[in-house]
Design a protein around this ligand. Sequence first.
Ligand code: UD1
Ligand code: CA
Length: 456
Amino acid sequence: MTDNLHIVVLAAGSGTRMGSAHPKVLAPLGEWPLLRHVVATAETLEPTQIHVVCGAGVEQIRTALGYLAVNWVEQPQPLGTGDAVAAAMDAIPDHAQVLVLYGDVPLVRPRTLTHLLTTAASDGMAILTTELAEPAGYGRIVRDAAGGVAAIVEDKDLAADQRTIREINTGLMVAPAAHLRDWLARLSNDNAQGEYLLTDCIAMAVADHRPVVADPAETVAETQGINDRRDLACAERVYQQRRNDDLLAAGVTLRDPARVDVRGRIEVGRDVLIDVDVVLEGEITLGDGVHIEAGCVIRHSVIGDGGRVMAHTVVEHAHLATECQVGPFARIRPGTELGHRARIGNFVETKNASVGASTKVNHLSYVGDAALGTGVNIGAGVITCNYDGANKHVTTIGDDAFVGSNSELVAPVEIGAGATIAAGTTLTKAAPPNQLSLTRKEQVAVDNWRRPKKNR
Ligand code: UD1
Ligand code: CA
C-alpha cells in the first residue's frame, strides 16, 4: 500500500483569521508547530516522499522547520486547493497514490489515514468525511440516487436543498496520481470563490467512472481544522487529553488530567504522582515514586527515583539524582546537578551548580557556577557572587562545610572540606578546611541611646 505513496501537505493558505504576523502552520500545538505534527503523522505512513506546499511566509516556515525531510513546494498565489496540489504534482510520478493532508489539520491520527488509504481503490479516490450538526462553511458530500458519492459542493456554491447535508468533506483525500494530474489540469475557477477547487475533482472522477468512496473518520475531533485562535485552543485541549491519557496509561496518577499540560516526551517510572497546574516541557524523565506538587514547570530534566518537586517550583535543564527535594518556590536553572538526597528549599535559585549528596540549601540563596561537595549546609541567604560585571567565576565548597547565614562568597573562591564560615561573612579568600573563617565587624553597645518615641 505504501509502495508508492506521495503525501501532499497543503500549507499555503493565508490564515488571516489567526490575526498573526506568522504563517498559521507555525502556530504552536503542544511542543511543536502545527505543520510539524502533520509531517510527523505523515512520516508514520512511510511514504516515498512528503511534499509541503507553502505560499506567502515560505521563508518563515523554512527557517522554522527547514530540517524536516520534505520536498518544499511553492504555490506563488493562493489560487485554491486544486492549484496547490497541482504545484506539487511535478515531483510526483503517474503511478503514485497521492494523499492530501492539510497543514492546519494537525490532530488526524495515523490509523485514520491508513484506513483511508486502504479504503481507496488503486484507480479511485477516497475522501475522509465526517458528519456535523452545523455543517455551514464546509464542502458537502452530495450523493446520487443510489447513495454513491456524486460530488463535493463547496458551501458557497450550494443549492438551497443541499444546505441541510450534514456529511462534510474534511479536505483529506486520496487519489491516483495520473488521473489526478488530468483532473487538476481541467479545473476551472468558475465558482463562488473564484478558486481552483480540489473538490471539483470528485465529480470528474465520477464522470470518468473511477470509484469514489467516502470514509467517515472515527472521531470528529481529529478532523478539526484550525482557522482561528478558538480552534487552536480547542485543538490544544484535544491534544493534551491524548497526552494525559498516555500518562495515565503509563501508570501516572494525575490529580486532574485537565490541569496537566505535556509539551514533550515524558518517560515515567512507577507510581509517579502529578498534582494540578503542572506544565511538562521537552524531554523529561520522572523516576519511580516521583511526586510533582501543584504549580510546577519542568523542562528538559531528569528527576530521579523518589524525587519530590514541591509546589511552585521551576526546574530547567537539570538533573536530580535519587530522593532529592526541591521547593516549594525554588528555581532550578540550567546546569544544576543534584546528588542523592540533596535539598533545595524555598526561594533558592541554582544555576550551573553541582550539589553533592545530602547537601542542603534550604532558604533564600543563590548558588551559581558552583561545585558543592557532600553533606554541605548552606545557611539562609547565602549568595555566590559569581559575576563581576564581565566574567563568571566559580565557587568551590568541600564536603561537610557549613556556610553561615547571609554570607557572600565572592568568586573565584574556595571553601575547604569541613570549614565553617561564620554568619555574615564576605568571603574573598580561600577558607581553609576544618577551620572557622569570618569577616565581621566587632559588636558594640551604645550607652545612653534612646529609641525615638512618637509624639502623641
Ligand atoms: C476546504 C475544502 C472543503 C472542506 C474544508 C475542510 C476545497 C476547495 N474545499 O475548504 O471542501 O470542507 O476545506 O476544512 O478544498 N490552501 C493552499 N493553497 C490555496 C488554498 C488553500 O495551500 O490556494 C491550503 C490551506 O492552507 C489549508 C487547506 O489548503 O491548509 C484548505 O484551505 P482552506 O482555504 O481552509 O479551505 P476551505 O475553504 O476551508
Ligand atoms: Ca479552512
